[in-house]
Ligand binder design. Structure first.
Ligand SMILES: C[S@@+](CC[C@H](N)C(=O)[O-])C[C@H]1O[C@@H](n2cnc3c(N)ncnc32)[C@H](O)[C@@H]1O
Length: 253
């Protein structure tokens, strides 16, 4: 990824991440699709703190998680060990992934592709997914459907987007501001952290937006056939007002 775009350290501090991200509304969706390849091997790219990896492994799926952030993986391993769950986590950048196995399912959940800031980065990942996916395997991922109205309104105001406590005892409030770059399609989000009532720091949360038609085209150009494109985790059809783009793909060649 280009140095000028990044995600601040506090955002991917494992403890803070887990304090903030307690929702698992996407879990039943992934679980339903994993059932279709019962006993298959599954690779999760950008697994983070194991928010999904751990409960899905508890459900009996055989998942390997990959992430490039040491703090997130430390948190994931700590939680898995505490629960005595046999998980496998690998530290690697998914743009240069090179594992010796191929998988029945590869998934990239929770908007993680927004951290692939250039087309070159995203295409490297598509090539790596193809290399590690079995012939009939599924490639599943989710991201936002860019909402221009939301961006325009959010650019106008600073607002509180989170207020939570971490397991290690920090009270965290986050205020958000953003400026969208038309040229790069990168939403330059800033999270203003207040910890235990005191201003702490401003952290970047840069997110590359992917418009629906461009994603469809990128997948097709890289040899993926879109089996389903949903607008939400209840498998609603993807439409104008959908908040999400959720793809289920197979290899076309
Ligand atoms: C939004 S979090 C999602 C974490 C987890 N999948 C979840 O569902 O909670 C995005 C994750 O992507 C990881 N990440 C971002 N860019 C990456 C890259 N190039 N290679 C590997 N991991 C990356 C970050 O470290 C972070 O843990």
């Amino acid at each position: 990824m280009e140095n000028k775009y990044n995600v601040g350290e506090l955002i991917y501090d494992g403890n803070i991440y887990d304090g903030m991200n307690i929702e698992i509304a996407d879990l039943p969706f992934y679980s339903r699709w994993f059932d279709k390849k019962m006993n298959g091997s599954i690779l999760e790219l950008c697994c983070g703190t194991g928010r999904l990896t751990i409960p899905l492994t508890q459900e009996g799926y055989n998942i390997t998680g990959v992430d490039n952030n040491t703090s997130m993986l430390k948190q994931a391993t700590g939680k898995a060990n505490e629960l005595k769950i046999p998980t496998r986590f690998i530290e690697s950048d998914i743009r240069c992934l090179d594992l010796s196995e191929v998988y029945d399912i590869i998934f990239i959940p929770f908007n993680s592709i927004h951290h692939l800031y250039t087309n070159k980065d995203f295409f490297k990942v598509l090539i790596n997914v193809k290399k590690h996916l079995k012939k009939d395997g599924y490639f599943i991922f989710d991201c936002f459907n860019p909402n221009i109205h939301y961006i325009i309104n959010s650019e106008k105001e600073e607002k509180i987007i989170a207020n939570f406590s971490t397991k290690d005892g920090r009270k965290v409030v986050i205020k958000q501001t953003m400026i969208y770059e038309n040229k790069t399609q990168i939403n330059r989000i800033k999270w203003h952290y207040f910890i235990n009532g005191e201003f702490d720091s401003i952290q970047n949360m840069d997110m590359r937006l992917f418009f629906p038609k461009e994603l469809d085209a990128y997948l097709s150009i890289h040899g993926f056939k879109i089996i389903n494109k949903f607008g939400g985790f209840e498998e609603e059809a993807f439409e104008n007002k959908s908040e999400k783009q959720i793809f289920v793909c197979k290899k076309e060649y």
